[in-house]
Ligand binder design. Structure first.
Ligand code: BGC
Length: 418
């Protein structure tokens, strides 16, 4: 019917009509932003698009790191029906691009000068073969600790600055009847704390050798054994009911004063803010002690899939343009807990943790200590990431006789996954 109508119209009218139709096109978005803080951030995006007449079809699949979301995505693509846009991390974006499944955002990227403002570390994932394939929304980092300030004050504890001080603070909290470490038993969360623990134990060069270069000597080293020992220490401060708890419920334990600390990426800040808490007053944010000066980052990007119609492609371009606007980058990231994916955005609107995150990101990029998060798909491809998850989570659950055995298993698992 639309074609019949078009044949009667002039070229200019068709263009105008196509544009109108394009603006009205809905976007179907696959994502894993299902917690309170994440939903609040997602609303900023939905409202921005709604103001442009672009409707939102929601496809949420919970689970940090996106493992479950990626499984759901594979099923949709196999059925020949990919969503319009998909929240995606690092190497997953590159893998989908290599399969030829993604669209091309070069026109909007060029018109808006993305090359000059998106950090190189993000462009490495947002471009394939030189072409823009995704729009980066933010930069998160995983080597953070979140603390209940009231508990620390009550126990006369200062913010820990070394690993030993951190362990002593966990012990003091537990001795006073609090849960030391709020955590849960999902593999991606064990891997998330492993990011910070490995960085703190071995430093940035070691982290890079182990997780980015996959050097067997580093993976099986005494330093890695020590990292596993530190995981055992942390395991001792987790409560008995940790299995199967979602990460935001672990954040809630710190928020409501049940637990003293959580090691988690800065999406946790979104939960504290969503609960009306303020950094410095109600909670503290600091780097995993011993990892200061380095940042293990992950950037949420929206990868655009190959879609058939001009209208759908126009909607993708409009969504990408909205995401990359400096105003949106501020509005979204102050709520999400992350920092902007552009280097030219002021930190004025951000709270103390956000400002610290922005300054540390820039400093780490400069110093060569900005490292892709293993746990969140920025150090290596999914097969390797999942192999590391398996060993880390099995060890955390006591399935190896020793830290030495866990390190040996890590070497084997990584070799088998390549
Ligand atoms: C994503 C974050 C998200 C977190 C928990 C991470 O992989 O990068 O945006 O908030 O998972 O769902």
């Amino acid at each position: 019917m639309r074609i019949g109508l078009r044949t009667k119209l002039t070229a200019a009218a068709v263009l105008a009509m196509t544009t109108t139709l394009a603006q009205a096109e809905d976007v179907e978005v696959l994502h894993w932003w299902t917690s309170g803080g994440e939903a609040a951030a997602l609303n900023v995006l939905k409202e921005n698009l709604a103001a442009q007449g672009i409707g939102w079809i929601d496809m949420p699949v919970a689970g940090g790191g996106g493992e479950a979301a990626m499984t759901a995505l594979r099923a949709r693509v196999t059925a020949g029906d990919p969503p319009t846009a998909v929240q995606m991390l690092g190497f997953d974006i590159q893998d989908w691009a290599a399969e030829g499944a993604l669209g091309n955002l070069d026109a909007v990227a060029e018109a808006e000068g993305w090359d000059a403002v998106v950090p190189a570390a993000l462009q490495a994932f947002a471009r394939y073969d030189g072409h823009w394939i995704s729009a980066p929304v933010n930069v998160h980092s995983t080597n953070w600790v979140w603390a209940n300030k009231g508990i620390l004050d009550q126990l006369g504890l200062a913010q820990p600055t070394t690993w030993d001080e951190f362990v002593a603070a966990l012990q003091a909290a537990e001795d006073a009847g609090f849960v030391g470490l709020a955590h849960d038993g999902q593999a991606w969360q064990d891997a998330t704390i492993f990011d910070g623990v490995v960085l703190s134990t071995g430093g940035p060069e070691f982290y890079s050798q182990a997780f980015i270069d996959l050097d067997p000597a580093a993976l099986g080293s005494e330093t890695m054994v020590e990292a596993f020992r530190r995981m055992e220490v942390l395991r001792g401060f987790v409560d008995d009911n940790f299995s199967g708890r979602d990460w935001n419920l672990a954040s809630a334990m710190v928020i409501n004063g049940e637990a003293a600390f959580q090691i988690m990426g800065d999406w946790a800040k979104g939960e504290f803010l969503n609960a009306g808490q303020e950094p410095g007053t109600d909670f503290l944010c600091f780097r995993v002690p011993g990892s200061e000066g380095s940042v293990t980052f992950n950037s949420d990007q929206f990868a655009m899939f190959n879609v058939q119609s001009d209208e759908a492609r126009a909607a993708q371009a409009a969504m990408a343009s909205a995401i990359m606007s400096p105003e949106f980058q501020i509005a979204f990231n102050v709520v999400k807990g992350s920092v902007p994916a552009r280097t030219d955005v002021s930190d004025e609107a951000f709270d103390a943790c956000g400002r610290q995150g922005m300054a540390e990101l820039a400093a780490a990029a400069e110093a060569g200590t900005l490292l892709g998060s293993m746990a969140h798909g920025h150090a290596n491809r999914a097969a390797v990431k999942n192999a590391i998850y398996d060993v880390v989570t099995a060890h955390f659950n006591g399935e190896y006789a020793s830290a030495e055995d866990a390190a040996a298993a890590l070497v084997e698992a990584v070799a088998a996954a390549q």
